[in-house]
Write a protein that binds this ligand. Structure first.
Ligand code: C5P
Length: 233
């Protein structure tokens, strides 16, 4: 199983993003592009970052009717991204359609992962707003199983849930885990955090790291520290 550190490029413009990526002259990080940057700059930003030699996780969290998601995924696949995602709440039919859309004529495709429940949703809002009565842990496990049965490659989850997901969905089912902070650092708005080293011990396959790298005084040093702790390099 490939393991890596994914840097969340949560910037609002191309120039800020490219200035940031220019800092990395040796190892080119796997980068995550989210809605803010994609909607601000369009698909060209993906092509440009890809042409600079980075792998890309396009974090757009698609959730629509299966036909629409299938067609949208075909477009994203043609951008040659390495990883994309959907909301598992869109149902198994939608996840299967996403997979079909992503698969290129030659049979290759980017990795497809599912968001189970957003970390901003807690049991109270799930029950009161979404009318889902089950405990969070059970909902996450069920959605992960749905993703597996739909042929997806993995889920986004907390590092603290990674081991459980591997037990129920298999060691090869990928866990992509945000909520990473260095020992003793400010946690900001994240609630359940772990260090890169702890994430490795818990079995995360990819850690997603934003502010601990993007807001660091020396982003390259912070990235290298993540790589060293998480990959043991
Ligand atoms: O700055 P920080 O390390 O908290 O950034 C984490 C990144 O992972 C952000 O881009 C955030 O949107 C994303 N993310 C998350 N929790 C999730 C899913 C995605 O923090 N459940």
């Amino acid at each position: 199983m490939a393991k890596d550190v994914i840097v969340a490029c949560d910037f609002d413009s191309k120039s800020k993003t490219l200035d940031f990526l220019d800092l990395f002259t040796e190892r080119k990080p796997f980068v995550k592009i989210g809605m803010e940057l994609f909607y601000a700059e369009g698909p060209q930003i993906v092509r440009e970052i890809k042409a600079r030699g980075h792998k890309i996780f396009l974090d757009l969290k698609l959730h629509d009717i299966p036909n629409t998601v299938r067609k949208a995924m075909a477009v994203l696949s043609s951008l040659d991204v390495d990883m994309v995602n959907v909301h598992a709440a869109g149902t198994k039919n939608m996840m299967k359609a996403a997979l079909e859309g992503l698969t290129r004529a030659d049979g290759t495709r980017p990795l497809l992962i599912a968001v189970t429940q957003l970390t901003s949703t807690d049991e109270t809002s799930m029950r009161d707003d979404l009318m889902i009565d089950a405990p969070m842990e059970q909902v996450v496990a069920h959605y992960a199983k749905n993703a597996l049965e739909s042929g997806l490659d993995g889920v986004v989850c907390s590092p603290l849930e990674a081991a459980k997901v591997h037990v129920s969905c298999g060691e090869n089912f990928i866990t992509v885990t945000p909520g990473i902070r260095f020992e003793g650092a400010a946690i900001g708005d994240q609630k359940r955090v772990t260090t890169p080293r702890k994430a490795r011990m818990l079995g995360s396959d990819y850690i997603v790291v934003g502010r601990p790298i993007t807001a660091a005084e020396d982003p390259v040093a912070a990235y290298n520290r993540c790589v060293k702790e998480f990959l043991g390099e």
